[in-house]
Write a protein that binds this ligand. Sequence first.
Ligand SMILES: [Zn+2]
Length: 206
Amino acid sequence: MEFSSKLLEKAVYEMSQLPGIGKRTALRLVLHLLKQPKERTRFLSQALLSLREDIQFCQSCHTISDTALCEICSNEKRDKALICVVEDIRDVMAIENTGQFRGTYHVLGGKISPIDGVGPSQLTISSLVSKVRSGGIRELIFALSSTMEGDTTNFYIYRQLQDADIITSAIARGISVGDELEYADEVTLGRSILHRVPFENSLKNK
Ligand SMILES: [Zn+2]
C-alpha cells in the first residue's frame, strides 16, 4: 500500500496492529476519524491512554477493575464461599448478564496452553489455590470453555486442590463442546450454572 503521507501511513500501521484489522480496514477507520470532528480522535486516544495507565486488577478475583477490590468482591450480598472459575472478564460479564449467579469469581487470565507457551505460572492459579487453602471457600465451579485447553486447566486446578475440603463442580454442558462462554445465550448459560454437576462427573461423561 502506497501512502501519500507518512502521518497517514503511521496511523494505519498502528491501527492494523489490532486483531482482526487488516491494512484496508485500518485505512478506512483512519479516514473515518479524519472526517470526524477533531475531539472524537482526542476522546478515543484519551480513553485508550487512561485505560492503559489507570486500569487495575481486583486483588481478590483478578478481574479488570477501577478499584483495588472490584464491585463484585466488595459487595456484601455476594457469596464469597462460592467461586466461579473463568478465563477472562468477558466470561464474568456473560455470567453476570444471566442474573443467576450470586457467588464471586476467579479470573485466571487465560487457559493452560503449551502450544501458545502458556503455563500455569502465567495464570492466577496459585492465587486461587492459596485463596482456597486459607479457608472459607465452600465450592469452586469450573466455567472454562470446553476445549482441550479448558479441560486441561480445570483438571490441573482440580489436582492442585484435590485434598482440600471443598466441592468442585463444572457448569452443565448446555454449552456445546468447544463453544466459548461469551457466545452462549443468557438463558442457556444461566441454566448451566444452576444445573452444574460434580466435577468428577463432568470427566466421566467424556
Ligand atoms: Zn474482584
